[in-house]
Design a protein around this ligand. Structure first.
Ligand code: ADP
Ligand code: MG
Length: 499
């Protein structure tokens, strides 16, 4: 086959299936029912290779990468991907650890995973799940289900931390009620993560070590750029590649995603579609795209631009984030992608403002306006609106009286806000390595992440962001981030030796 003909064939395959369909073909490709690769048509081989690469290469390959392969090479590619898939399978059957919810053996029997918990607690690093889910706490709650929509259990709550003990947090809520229903477990987790916050008083601690007053006003009021009292240094501005600030929110009237399913995610996506269609502000308005109908080019551009989530994360899968993937998942963005929303990743919605450069204040102001627009839209269209029955008139976003916004992961509770810059600090990366950069940031209430977000490698840039999120007004969290970045840049500059 000529390369042109192959190219045409390859693109016709990509046109025929959406990326998500390809992904599903692979995920649900039952090992017992697989056709022998050598007997498949070239078009099917290309489709299967493309599907696997969407999963294992995180969609980084394009149609043209396969267009010039011979049939033998395609067969070899399919077989090697299948082997990779089988090697990463935990047990026989169809469960895919990267997407399916696999419950750890003892937890599946509702038994305390004592040996694993003891080992985790004895290790140098202990997840907050292992630290706080003691035998005593387990015995107290093991037969309890949450009073909310998810009928959540402690076994489900600690699954990701039990399966992956190296996680930092390792526990999740399935509905907003879970946080209080299992409070002897969750409250200590919350206080351990959000250093300085007290669940008893509902107050955080300021930079001077003194308690802050309870948060006043709405998130909107506190997202006021004029209140940010510090600036990035000139050297920091030079090194910053891009800035992104996001808040996590969940919609009143639904279970949180770890406790939801395809149907609940689908309803949320349909509601948000209406909300986005109603945004009128020309700076914010845009379009929503669903994962299952997006074109491959569009998906690739969004991934490359850091505007999209990918799924395919074992820890998230163990929390239930990926249940019924890709149903109901999507992304909204305005044309210049300065205002982006993730739909049904972990939380129902991630409201994101981002841009190249270091304009923290400008981006904060977009975030504030965008949050307002989404919130207004939900009041008109959501369960909290006129048709909302028992939810009528409630806050459109789930809120807790003590700590603020409700999210499914303890790390995001409160403001739900993570403000980050991607910064180039090559000398420190070499001299200190990522671990030390992160631990130094933690001393300053910030954290470091890799070049493509959480659980990613450091390639050329490091993400620095605020770490805690409760009990401190949003603008102060950005001050934490700015102070930490200014400090780290001074350390980078001290190393000298040119750029
Ligand atoms: P979140 O806390 O929102 O889940 P992740 O660490 O999972 O964040 O990252 C989500 C995406 O956002 C990734 O693609 C990451 O590279 C991107 N991202 C994070 N911070 C920045 C930034 N300052 N500039 C550009 N992209 C960013
Ligand atoms: Mg994330």
């Amino acid at each position: 086959m000529s390369s042109d003909a192959q190219k045409a064939m390859a693109s016709s395959v990509y046109d025929k299936f959406s990326g998500e369909e390809l992904m599903l073909m692979i995920h649900r490709e039952n090992p017992a029912k697989r056709a022998d690769a050598a007997s498949m048509s070239e078009a099917d081989l290309v489709a299967v290779v493309k599907g696997y690469s969407t999963v294992y290469l995180r969609g980084m390959a394009t149609a043209s990468d396969y267009a010039s392969l011979s049939k033998d090479e395609l067969v070899a590619r399919v077989n090697s991907f299948r082997k990779l898939r089988d090697d990463t399978w935990p047990k026989p059957g169809n469960a895919d650890p990267f997407y399916d919810l696999i419950v750890e053996d003892s937890l599946a029997k509702n038994e305390y995973p004592k040996a694993k918990m003891d080992a985790a607690r004895a290790a140098e690093h202990t997840s907050l799940a292992a630290k706080c889910c003691t035998q005593e706490v387990w015995d107290k709650y093991k037969d309890q289900v949450s009073t909310g929509a998810a009928k959540w259990t402690l076994a489900r709550a600690v699954n990701s931390g039990t399966m992956y003990p190296h996680s930092f947090v390792g526990c999740h809520a399935g509905d907003q009620e879970s946080w209080d229903d299992f409070k002897d477990f969750f409250y200590p987790v919350i206080e351990a993560y959000h250093v300085g916050f007290s669940m008893e008083t509902g107050q955080g601690t300021g930079p001077d070590g003194k308690p802050l007053p309870p948060l006043a006003g709405t998130a909107q009021d506190r997202m006021d750029p004029a209140k940010i009292g510090v600036d990035l240094s000139e050297s920091a501005k030079e090194k910053i590649v891009s800035t992104r600030i996001r808040i996590a929110r969940n919609l009143t009237g639904f279970a949180l995603n770890p406790g939801g399913d395809g149907a609940s995610r689908d309803k949320i996506a349909a509601l948000l579609k209406k909300v986005y269609a109603g945004i009128e502000d020309p700076k914010l308005k845009g379009e929503m795209f669903r994962h299952d109908t997006m074109s491959n080019e569009q998906r690739q551009a969004l991934i490359d631009g850091h505007q999209m989530f990918r799924g395919c994360d074992k820890m998230q899968a163990a929390s239930g984030y990926h249940v019924d993937w890709p149903i109901g998942r999507g992304v909204f963005h305005n044309p210049d992608k300065s205002f982006v929303n993730w739909i049904n990743e972990g939380d129902h919605i991630r409201i994101i403002a981002m841009g190249m450069g270091s304009d923290v204040k400008g981006i904060f102001s977009t975030l504030s306006a965008g949050t307002g627009a989404v919130s207004e839209g939900l009041k008109k269209n959501g369960p909290v609106g006129e048709e909302g029955g028992k939810y009528f008139g409630m806050e459109p976003f789930q809120m807790h009286p003590k700590f603020g916004a409700i999210t499914c992961c303890p790390s995001n509770l409160g403001t739900g806000m993570r403000g980050s810059v991607h910064i180039k600090i090559p000398k420190l990366i070499k001299a200190w390595g990522f671990k030390k950069i992160d631990s130094e940031c933690r001393k300053r209430m910030c954290q470091a992440r890799g070049s493509s977000g959480e659980h990613s490698e450091v390639v050329d840039r490091v993400g620095i962001s605020n770490w805690r999120r409760i009990g401190i007004p949003e603008y102060m969290l950005l001050q934490d981030m700015i102070n930490c970045v200014n400090w780290i840049v001074t350390e980078e500059d001290k190393l000298g030796g040119g750029k």
